[in-house]
Design a protein around this ligand. Sequence first.
Ligand SMILES: Nc1ncnc2c1ncn2[C@@H]1O[C@H](COP(=O)(O)OS(=O)(=O)O)[C@@H](OP(=O)(O)O)[C@H]1O
Ligand SMILES: Nc1ncnc2c1ncn2[C@@H]1O[C@H](COP(=O)(O)OP(=O)(O)O)[C@@H](O)[C@H]1O
Length: 178
Amino acid sequence: MQPKRHPYAIWLTGLPSSGKTTTALALAGALRSEGIPVECLDGDELRKHIGGGLGFSRGDRMENVRRAAYVSGLLNRNQVTTVVSMITPYEEMREFLRRELPHYIEVYVECPLEECVRRDVKGLYAKAQRGEIPAFTGISDVYEPPHRPDVVIRTDRSGKEDNVRIIMDYIALCSPSV
Ligand SMILES: Nc1ncnc2c1ncn2[C@@H]1O[C@H](COP(=O)(O)OS(=O)(=O)O)[C@@H](OP(=O)(O)O)[C@H]1O
Ligand SMILES: Nc1ncnc2c1ncn2[C@@H]1O[C@H](COP(=O)(O)OP(=O)(O)O)[C@@H](O)[C@H]1O
């Protein structure tokens, strides 16, 4: 019999272009291949569908994360593990998540700002540096590094598959065997 696992909320936090989405998709694939029901909740997608009226002020980001936590909680309650990829830039948000979500796993997707700027997947760092996007995380808005992440991955130093393995190993450690 397979060991019983909790439905986790695996929350990937990090700078834009740090590798949250890339890692989340690979992680979800690895979880599915072990027969674990999983949904990905990505910041961009959530903003498109349930982010009505929200921008990038501190209050709006807090509300954005609160909405994502609500959706994650509904899924978790129904035995679906969630892999959430959102910048989640403030420690206050992450403290909220730890209180709110029973099986919250915080993954710090760490990558030096210079490397994120070099990657600039959506061209937004360049725009922010030209002053065309106000309050852009890493340039004109703060990213507070997590105080007590459960897992840290370095996407400039290790590849996607190795990082997925690190996270999977942590989940296996947390999972009670029955
Ligand atoms: N001002 C500003 N600051 C930061 N990010 C910005 C901004 N404007 C647009 N974007 C793009 O929005 C994407 C989703 O952000 P999130 O919802 O994850 O942000 S937050 O958690 O609410 O802070 C985020 O996606 P990722 O690059 O995948 O992190 C950004 O590309
Ligand atoms: N080890 C790695 N893990 C994740 N992404 C990586 C890695 N090495 C290079 N990359 C690249 O970095 C970029 C990260 O983009 P993305 O996953 O969209 O970041 P975010 O969701 O944090 O904005 C992608 O182009 C990806 O191919």
